[in-house]
Design a protein around this ligand. Structure first.
Ligand SMILES: [Zn+2]
Length: 103
């Protein structure tokens, strides 16, 4: 018996109800969008907390690069609001394009 036979599509439950907006995005963009929505990205602040970085500085000079910082404060980057993230607006997508490989 081949145990790999267990990994059929039956293991993947169909989603119940409507997924949030943005589901048409490519996977990497979708992941970035949901990290931003959940405020759990690999920002400098988080990496510093995990001892994977010597400091939590943002390239813009801010001392603490949190998700809120890169969403709404960072001086060198596009910004977007929670509402943009929720609706997956053009602003949210511009933000995702900038950050998807960084967080
Ligand atoms: Zn910054």
């Amino acid at each position: 018996m081949d145990t790999w036979d267990n990994t059929t599509n039956e293991a993947i439950q169909p989603p119940k109800g409507q997924l949030p907006s943005g589901r048409e995005l490519q996977r990497k963009d979708w992941v970035t969008l949901n990290r931003a929505r959940a405020k759990v990205g690999k920002t400098a602040s988080t990496l510093h907390k995990w001892k994977l970085r010597p400091n939590s500085e943002c390239p813009c000079g801010n001392q603490n690069q949190t998700m809120d910082h890169i969403l709404s404060e960072c001086t060198e980057r596009p910004h977007c609001t929670d509402q943009d993230l929720s609706d997956c607006t053009d602003a949210a997508q511009a933000w995702i394009t900038h950050w998807r490989d960084k967080i």
